[in-house]
Design a protein around this ligand. Structure first.
Ligand code: BJW
Ligand code: ZN
Length: 258
């Protein structure tokens, strides 16, 4: 792997960033949180669920087959996220938003962008912290995740209709929230700089969003193993290394320090 771990920005990328940008959008995926110790979807450790493929667990079929297995997995992941801290990449994006009004769109179900200082984050695939009743849709406030990791945990029941409480995430075959998706498309369609960070770009409709960027917008990908997106520059580095450097470059070139 040709990962650039040096603390320098490639010259070609500095040149691309020397333009003035008015509407910056970040589109992130699981690699954004890898530097915070959160496993990615397609190559991370799956803990006690190691014999399962995350793409099989994140389905309505898995939920129908074995609710305790699926709920236990999500509770484990919620605990991991709660114990994790935003990495320098999340913090750089928070700062980019403060200085340049950047929009943040994420496929991640964690809250590390928010804890890194970003607001108004569009969560395309929902949130680990927004459980709801599977039957009546009532929102459900979660308590602390189990202190001991258990593979099977029965989900709580809804106080209104006795239905099962399900994770507030979007599984394969389910529709994304149309308002969130429309909003994401609109922001990308109006951007002049799109930063695609830490996604394998294989899951739709998220993977198709970069196609909404207007002609003339600059598209930069930050990923140690860049995916199939059409970009102006693929920077083979990690989110925690690349984003703070990118923030610096934009601030120097645009006098963004306020
Ligand atoms: C680093 C790093 C570091 C490592 N720094 N980087 C059109 C064509 C084909 C199929 C479809 C289509 N339209 C719809 C579909 C079906 C399906 C789909 O896309 N399937 C494909 C897999 C083929 N899509 C859907 O079902 C969607 N629903 C939908 O479209 O409804 C209408 C419809 C239904 C059916 C048919 C047609 C239409 C819903 C998709 C929901 C995805 N949900 C999940 C689970 C969420 C909850 C949870 O987290 O458990 O979302 S799946 C999973 O993948 C999760 C992620 O958000 C998503 C994307 O993964 P991501 O973020 O890219 O992670 P990885 O692990 O794949 O990649 C990590 C990357 O980071 C790698 O590139 C590393 O190199 C990099 N990295 N370290 C920076 N330090
Ligand atoms: Zn209910």
């Amino acid at each position: 792997m040709n990962t650039n771990t040096s603390q320098e920005m490639p010259v070609r990328l500095s040149e691309l960033l020397s333009r003035r940008f008015e509407r910056i959008v970040v589109l992130s995926g699981a690699g954004m949180s890898a530097d915070s110790g959160i496993p990615t979807f397609r190559s991370g450790s799956n803990g006690l669920w190691h014999e399962f493929n995350p793409s099989d667990l994140a389905t309505p079929e898995a939920w129908e087959d074995d609710k305790a297995l699926v709920w236990g997995w999500y509770e484990w992941r919620r605990g991991l996220v709660m114990a994790a801290r935003p990495n320098p990449g999340h913090v750089a994006i928070g700062e980019l938003q403060r200085l340049h009004g950047t929009s943040v769109i994420t496929q991640n179900v964690d809250d590390l962008h928010e804890r890194g200082g970003a607001t108004g984050v569009l969560h395309l695939h929902g949130s680990l912290f927004a459980a709801r009743c599977d039957t009546c849709g009532a929102p459900h406030v979660l308590g602390d995740p189990p202190s001991e990791i258990q593979r099977q945990v029965m989900p709580p029941r809804c106080p209104y209709c006795d239905g099962y409480i399900r994770p507030g995430v979007v599984w394969f075959g389910e529709d994304l929230d149309p308002e969130v998706l429309d909003n994401a498309r609109e922001r990308i369609a109006a951007c002049d700089l799109l930063l695609i960070v830490g996604t394998s770009s294989v899951v739709y409709p998220a993977a198709g969003l970069s196609g909404y960027a207007p002609n003339g917008a600059t598209i930069i990908e930050i990923n140690p193993q860049p995916g199939p997106s059409l970009t102006d520059y693929q920077w083979q580095t990690t989110a925690a290394i690349g984003l703070p450097l990118l923030l610096d470059a934009l601030n120097h070139d645009q006098g963004g320090e306020k």
